[in-house]
Design a protein around this ligand. Structure first.
Ligand SMILES: [Zn+2]
Length: 484
């Protein structure tokens, strides 16, 4: 009976994936130059590796504008003199400095071509500072539509958030906007806001400066781990902070919560979910990946996002997903979907990161699976099996997303077939493993790797790569292989 059920589910997914692919092929045209610049590792991106970003940005709510700069520290992988830096209009780069000189630059679509005075030699460490300003794109529907949301909270105070999954971080700050490269030494994010507001970003708050004459405050945040670009975020509002310590597999983990002042009491009650989530995920996947940067949950005005070490939360302080149980099994109301799902991405999405947005569905597929393991850990394997049918639906949707994000017609086809295979394997292995430990979890544990790192995917065991069936290293979806 169980076997029959597995086959039915597998076939159903395959059929729906293929139907989905036909629909998408009809919807999308040829790749444009703009998409090429955004989605591929161009020669102007390939010759250098980001080591560190130091972003300084001021949010000016009165004019809904930004101004700031990003110091990009990098290492040259070969000699070169032309660099691609991305920033989406209407924001504009105003100056690029390199030591004491200023560099020439020109814009093409969302990319800027920055030219050095002469070739930089291979193997050198260097830095540029990119200055920018302007009125950024506003998001009308965060987090699904990226940009800045210049919102207000229930009490009328500013409540400003950034979201950029999909559209790219260059919607609000200048960077090398491709998943294949992350700042190996992390990032500093200094955010200046009107003095009555608090700005919360990724990592740890190192210090706050108060400019009394200018009536502003600057919050200096620091991330020590590599971080994917879309995981960088800033949230600004009337925040208060509370904290606790979690004794986990990596020692003492700082849990920091940033919520609107008038919602603190309800947040204290609801965020009891966090230690429960950590207990389950550390059991299955090993230690939380970013002990150095702490774990944070930050209240926002949209449902949520997996911003690294700064998971954003807008689930109305209730179990389920915005008062719904998407699994329609009743089990969804046993936990806070956003806390569990978005935090699951700390392992699958932030620690293991896609090199190409065509693989976004892996972030979602594995994280969806992590929800099921959370259920099993706290409520037993029977409940998890019920939830799996919901997992199948979401995996199907993420397979479609994969196809949508792939770069060419042929590559879409390859991606979708692989995605379909992956879905099926997922469902099959989930259903047949009785001890609750899926094959892929066993592989992680047996791989001998203590921790996966972004941009270190080549170190992942061949078994793992075979299981997920995609080309982190085999380069089949229309992108050049990253060298970083
Ligand atoms: Zn997700």
């Amino acid at each position: 009976m169980i076997m029959l059920k597995q086959i039915i589910v597998a076939v159903a997914i395959l059929l729906q994936v293929q139907i989905g692919s036909g629909y998408l092929f009809a919807q999308t045209g040829n790749i444009t130059r703009k998409e090429m610049l955004r989605g591929s590792v161009t020669p102007e991106r390939e010759w250098w590796d980001v080591l560190h970003y130091n972003l300084k940005v001021e949010f000016l709510p009165d004019t809904k504008s930004l101004r700031g700069s990003n110091v990009i520290t990098f290492k040259t992988l070969k000699a070169g003199n032309k660099m691609q830096i991305d920033l989406q209009p209407p924001l504009a780069i105003t100056k690029v400095s390199h030591g004491t000189s200023q560099l020439k630059f020109e814009r093409e679509e969302n990319a800027y071509w920055i030219t050095f005075e002469k070739d930089l030699p291979k193997g050198a460490e260097d830095r540029i500072e990119v200055f920018y300003q302007g009125i950024p794109v506003e998001s009308k529907n965060p987090p699904w539509v990226g940009g800045i949301t210049w919102g207000r909270d229930d009490l009328g105070e500013h409540f400003i958030v950034t979201t950029c999954q999909g559209i790219g971080a260059s919607i609000w700050w200048p960077n090398k906007d491709h998943g294949a490269d992350e700042p190996d030494r992390g990032m500093q994010i200094s955010v200046t806001v009107p003095e009555q507001l608090v700005a919360v970003s990724n990592g740890r708050l190192k210090k706050t400066d108060h400019n009394i004459a200018g009536k502003t405050k600057t919050f200096h945040w620091e991330v020590l781990n590599p971080i994917n670009n879309y995981g960088v975020n800033v949230n600004i509002g009337n925040y208060v902070n509370f904290a606790e310590k979690y004794r986990g597999k990596g020692g003492v983990l700082d849990l920091d919560y940033w919520v609107l002042a008038h919602q603190k009491d309800v947040a204290i009650r609801q965020f009891k979910e966090v230690p429960r989530m950590l207990e389950a995920f550390e059991h299955w996947f090993g230690k939380y990946p970013f002990y150095e940067d702490s774990y944070k949950l930050v209240a926002v005005s949209y449902p949520g996002m997996e911003h690294q070490s700064s998971v954003t939360y807008g689930n109305w302080y209730r179990n389920g997903y915005r008062q719904r149980d998407v699994s329609a099994t009743g089990i969804g109301f046993k936990f806070d979907f956003i806390i569990v799902h978005e935090s699951g991405h700390e392992w699958f999405g932030n620690n293991i990161s896609m090199k190409d947005s065509a693989d976004m569905w892996i972030h979602e597929g594995f994280t969806n699976y992590s929800e099921n393991l959370f259920v099993e850990y706290h409520f037993g394997i029977k409940k998890r099996k019920i939830m799996l049918l919901e997992a199948a639906t979401i995996l199907k949707m993420t397979a479609r997303l994969s196809a949508f994000m792939a770069q060419t017609e042929k590559d879409r086809e390859i991606c979708i077939i692989r995605a379909g295979i992956c879905c099926i394997r997922f469902v099959m292995s989930s259903m047949t493993t009785q001890n609750g430990s899926l094959y892929c979890v066993a592989l992680i544990r047996n791989s001998g790797i203590r921790q996966f790192r972004p941009n270190r995917l080549s170190r992942i065991s061949p078994g793992w790569l075979a299981l997920i069936s995609v080309r982190y290293s085999t380069n089949t979806c229309g992108q050049q292989k990253s060298r970083s």
